[in-house]
Design a protein around this ligand. Structure first.
Ligand code: A2P
Length: 326
């Protein structure tokens, strides 16, 4: 069973969750059911993943089968970039709730500090990054919505009881410190890409100082990006000598060592797997510990290698340069 992180709200976030990005809509229900059966109690979802209805089916079947109750689960979803204008925040949340078959979310995150032109739900859902996919030169279209306005609408979701916690994804320290200057309800969680090739130590330290819990996505690094052509297999951190040696010492797999490093540094992680055995493997990381030296040697693998960067994939995939981390 997973350890938990106590958030500034007092709520407890299970340290290991199932990330459902890229799990096919027609398979995600079965994967979610199987994950909950294996002991997962934290699911990391998003409008943009295009599979929330399927996730909802998996949740419902697990609850109907008596494996858990709704209150045992921690469900996160994310506000997409086209819904940043305050009047679109609540309808966007409601669509996610309806698809997931839930009355409330445990955590709702702003997915990116990027505001795009609104696309009505009836017109296209999930709307994705491109404004008009049928255009000759399909592009992203930016909208002028200050994050402060979006945040105020997020706070109202907490007031109305529809979400228990709010937070942000893919924010830098500068953006967060600005947000904290006006936040009536502080962000409980920051979610960013974190793995041994991208340790983001200053960002994690800043969040610890501000009592914002950090969740790392793609905690296994390149593996998530090989199937979509955004990384090469040889970039896998699981092949690193130091990781393999620790795996041998602890009789764990290299993946378990890398995931353990993630939770032992105090962050939550949301690895994705569609495979029953690997689902179990990824949760089974609480019966061993890494020494300080081992933690340090894994952290030293850092190369500031970010696989998920709109500044890189924007021009290729969406004909739009959209850097946010530089
Ligand atoms: P699979 O679903 O076939 O298990 P992310 O970094 O986004 O969490 O993605 C994880 C990627 O790594 C997926 O491609 C997943 O594939 C694979 N994976 C997940 N768990 C393991 C594991 N324990 N060992 C090796 N590969 C894994």
């Amino acid at each position: 069973m997973s350890q938990k992180l106590t958030l500034s709200s007092g709520d407890k976030l299970p340290a290991v969750g199932l990330g459902v990005w890229k799990i096919a809509p027609d398979n995600v229900g079965a994967v979610v059911h199987s994950a909950i059966e294996s002991g997962y109690r934290h699911l990391d979802c998003a409008c943009d993943y295009g599979n929330e209805e399927g996730v909802g089916d998996g949740i419902q079947s697990a609850i109907e089968n008596g494996i858990c109750s709704r209150e045992d689960l921690w469900i996160t979803s994310k506000l997409w970039n086209t819904y940043h204008a305050p009047e679109h925040v609540r309808p966007a949340l409601q669509k996610s709730l309806d698809d997931l078959g839930l009355e409330y979310l445990d955590l709702y995150l702003i997915h990116f500090p990027i505001s795009l032109t609104y696309i009505p739900i009836e017109k296209r859902y999930p709307p994705g990054w491109i404004f008009n996919p049928d255009a000759d030169n399909p592009k992203m279209e930016f909208a002028s919505v200050p994050i402060q306005k979006t945040w105020q609408a997020m706070e109202e979701l907490v007031d109305s009881g529809l979400v228990k916690n709010i937070g942000i994804c893919n924010f830098t320290t500068g953006l967060m410190s600005d947000l904290l200057s006006y936040a009536r309800i502080r962000p409980s969680v920051l979610q960013v890409e974190l793995h041994p090739y991208l340790t983001q130590e200053k960002l994690v330290r800043y969040c610890q100082q501000e009592k914002i819990a950090v969740t790392g996505f793609s905690p296994l690094g390149a593996l998530s990006y090989v199937p979509i052509g955004m990384a090469e297999k040889k970039e896998s951190v699981l092949e690193e000598e130091v990781v393999v040696a620790i795996a041998e010492r602890t009789s764990k797999t290299p993946a378990q060592v890398v995931l353990r490093w993630g939770v032992q540094r105090g962050t939550a992680i949301v690895p994705k797997s569609s495979n029953k055995e690997r689902l179990k493997e990824n949760l089974d990381i609480f019966d061993f510990e890494l020494s300080d030296e081992e933690m340090q040697s894994i952290s030293s693998l850092n190369q500031n290698r970010r696989f998920n960067d709109p500044g890189d994939f924007g021009p290729t995939a969406f004909n739009t340069f959209c850097p946010i981390y530089d």
